[in-house]
Design a protein around this ligand. Structure first.
Ligand SMILES: [Cu+2]
Length: 125
C-alpha cells in the first residue's frame, strides 16, 4: 500500500505542476503566423513582416493552412527550426536579439524561393 502521506503529496503536486506548465510566463507575447500555399504556386507566411522590441520574449503560434509540411526557422535570429505538419499549429518561443532585420523562412527545398519568408524587424517600440 502507498503511504497516505506520499499519496497526499502526489495529489497536491501533480495538479500544481500541470498548472505551472499551462500558464507559462516564459511564452511572453503571442504572435500568430499562418503558413500556406497559393493556387499559383506561391508560398507565404502571414504576416510577411512584424516588429518586436530588442530582448522581447514572444511565442509564435504557426498554423499551417497548406497541403504539405512547412518549417519556421531563422539561423540569423536564433529561432530553432520547428516543423509544422499540414493543418496543424506548432509554437516556438524566442527572445528577440539586438535591433536589426531578420529573415524567418521555411527551409524545405524551393519554399523560401517561392516566397515563404517573413521579416522580423527588431526595433525599440
Ligand atoms: Cu514550406
Amino acid at each position: 500500500m502507498i503511504p497516505l502521506r506520499r499519496l497526499i503529496a502526489v495529489v497536491i503536486a501533480v495538479p500544481l505542476l500541470l498548472a505551472l506548465a499551462a500558464c507559462s510566463p516564459e511564452e511572453g507575447r503571442r504572435i500568430d503566423v499562418i503558413a500556406g500555399e497559393r493556387t499559383d504556386g506561391a508560398m507565404y507566411f502571414e504576416p510577411a513582416e512584424l516588429t518586436v522590441a530588442p530582448g522581447e520574449r514572444v511565442t509564435f503560434y504557426i498554423r499551417n493552412d497548406g497541403t504539405g509540411d512547412h518549417e519556421f526557422e531563422s539561423d540569423e535570429a536564433g529561432i530553432d527550426e520547428v516543423v509544422i505538419p499540414r493543418q496543424k499549429t506548432r509554437k516556438v518561443s524566442w527572445t528577440a536579439p539586438k535591433s536589426g532585420d531578420y529573415p524567418v523562412y521555411c527551409d524545405i527545398t524551393g519554399h523560401r524561393a517561392a516566397g515563404m519568408e517573413l521579416t522580423i524587424h527588431v526595433a525599440p517600440q
